[in-house]
Write a protein that binds this ligand. Structure first.
Ligand SMILES: Cc1cc2nc3c(=O)[nH]c(=O)nc-3n(C[C@H](O)[C@H](O)[C@H](O)COP(=O)(O)OP(=O)(O)OC[C@H]3O[C@@H](n4cnc5c(N)ncnc54)[C@H](O)[C@@H]3O)c2cc1C
Length: 498
């Protein structure tokens, strides 16, 4: 295809979904411009520097690091992973502590089973069942070859063959929340262990799949941090000839009858295109970029029922501490209650980043903490004045520091504050709905949202981004970019093999 006859694709957003869409569109012979409101790529998959330390915002685990999986191929195509990628040498998912005891979910499932039975012999049967079902959950691999609405019988048969045992997991854990699941254990420590990592409203199977992904070596952390992975994708995009415009906020999508003509930037500039792929948060898409009536019914229902469809964020604090403190460990601790608005919190995690030199400076490493937040916490932060917001952050930082020192007395006099951020930070930076990290939490009462990317009444717009498939996350984001381009190819009656 010569330059003149190339069709133009505009991608809105330079996060993981936007970069992926851009790369796959270039590989399919399109001319591509990405518009990103921030000064750097990556969206939520970034990091930043404070006092010379690097703070990581994203990758606790990256699904698709195992070669041979469909998702690995996608990560490789977009330049995020390669044969040369090194991964953090971590041997556990996380540790939960409670009342002086601790329990760890090791990547080695047999070790976990043995240790958990030693800790809580009264729960032996439930522990064995847990490990068996985590083993089954290893079969649950993210299908990243092509969008599911284009699957034929052969694709379903293939998936069925590869996931023979997974229906058992869905039957047993598909309709109960983590909170309910935790109650099957007698040991208070194991109850905490099951509910610490994901919001307790999540369907229990999500947690089993997450742990299985780690245990299977398919959820590693690439060395070099989250921002660097986004920068590798940006490099690939540019090398293929794509253009990315930073500090370029889109104001609206221009519709003309059943087509979208292009986009209008906040400075009034108009950019025209043959196809538009928005990858921004869909709340913004349907409340600002497009008239509200284009919002699919399932999203309308979800926004109206936040208990069934919660969004999750966090209050996070980063410190620099000595290297003696455990490297790479993520430990959940009991703490004296901390109040944010109307809710109190008595658990948080402390993660030590010394596993990667990028988080080490002058013999000190970064540690980060997180107190999980949801819609009502966001509403509270949002209700504060500028001064109240600042004051609350300062108070919480002091309280978090005290709680850490109580749990790890060796850190007394060794903690240097680096930064603190809230759900509003994600809203400001990425226009993220309620500061959400991912898409809606999959709860037993809610339905999983799977959006086909096309909107009724608009011919040449293909939605991508983590909100197209709850609960979102990096795998959904990267695959959604590819799927949007495949949907365009299908509309042109071209091969979808990219
Ligand atoms: C603290 C944290 C930890 C996480 N940990 C993990 C993890 O361990 N594993 C995992 O799989 N996922 C994790 N995630 C989720 C993951 O980061 C997201 O799922 C993913 O990055 C979403 O990518 P996206 O491209 O769909 O959306 P985004 O990253 O939100 O990208 C959308 C882009 O659009 C831009 N934009 C918004 N408005 C406009 C506008 N008006 N004009 C132009 N551009 C605009 C934004 O700036 C942004 O760059 C984590 C997220 C957070 C916040």
């Amino acid at each position: 295809m010569n330059q003149k006859s190339k069709k133009k694709v505009i991608v809105i957003g330079g996060g993981i979904a936007g970069l992926s869409a851009g790369i796959y569109a270039l590989l399919s012979g399109f001319e591509v411009d990405i518009y990103e409101k921030n000064a750097i790529p990556g969206g939520e998959c970034i990091g930043w520097n404070r006092k010379g330390y690097h703070i990581d915002n994203c990758i606790h685990w990256l699904t698709g690091t195992k070669k041979g999986t469909e998702l690995y191929d996608v990560w490789e195509t977009v330049g995020a992973l390669s044969d040369d990628t090194e991964y953090a040498k971590l041997d556990a998912f996380y540790t939960s502590t409670h009342a002086g005891q601790s329990a760890t979910l090791w990547n080695d499932l047999q070790r976990t089973q043995k240790e958990l039975i030693e800790i809580a012999p009264e729960d032996e049967a439930e522990i064995r069942k847990f490990i068996t079902y985590v083993e089954y959950s290893k079969q649950c691999l993210f299908p990243a070859k092509k969008p599911m609405e284009t699957w034929g019988m052969k694709d379903y048969i293939e998936m069925g063959k590869n996931m023979m045992d997974f229906p058992k997991v869905m039957k047993e854990f598909g309709k109960i929340s983590l909170e309910e699941y935790g109650k099957r254990f007698h040991s208070p420590l194991l109850q905490k262990l099951m509910c610490d990592y994901l919001p307790k409203e999540y369907c229990a199977y999500s947690f089993l799949v997450s742990y299985a992904t780690m245990a299977d070596g398919n959820g590693n952390i690439p060395m070099g941090a989250s921002l660097q992975m986004s920068l590798r994708m940006e490099k690939r995009f540019k090398e293929l000839g794509g253009k990315i415009f930073y500090n370029s906020s889109i104001e609206r999508i221009i519709l003309e009858k059943k087509r979208c003509k292009g986009v209008e930037l906040s400075d009034g500039t108009i950019a025209e295109a043959d196809y538009v792929i928005p990858t921004v948060d869909v709340h913004l898409l349907f409340n600002k970029f497009l008239p509200k009536e284009y919002m699919p019914k399932e999203f309308r229902e979800a926004y109206a029922a936040p208990k069934k469809y919660p969004a999750t964020s966090g209050f996070q604090v980063a410190f620099a501490v000595s290297m003696d403190y455990a490297k790479g460990e993520t430990v959940f601790i009991d703490m004296d209650p901390i109040k944010v608005g109307n809710r109190t919190f008595d658990r948080m995690y402390v993660k030590a980043y010394g596993y990667d030199p990028i988080f080490i400076k002058d013999g000190k490493q970064v540690i980060q903490t997180c107190i999980s937040q949801t819609d009502e916490d966001y509403a509270y932060w949002k209700s504060l004045s500028k001064e109240e917001y600042k004051a609350l952050k300062e108070t919480l930082v002091k309280q978090v520091e005290q709680r850490i020192v109580k749990a790890f007395p060796e850190l007394a006099d060794d903690m240097e504050f680096l930064d603190a951020w809230t759900p509003l930070t994600y809203e400001r930076y990425c226009n993220a709905y309620h500061g959400s990290y991912m898409s809606f939490v999959t709860t037993p009462a809610g339905k999983q949202i799977k959006m086909k990317g096309k909107l009724k009444g608009i011919d040449n717009l293909y939605v991508a981004g983590q909100w197209t498939n709850s609960p979102g996350g990096l795998p959904v984001a990267v695959a959604s970019g590819k799927f949007a381009v495949q949907r365009i190819l299908k509309s042109q009656k071209r091969s979808m093999d990219i």
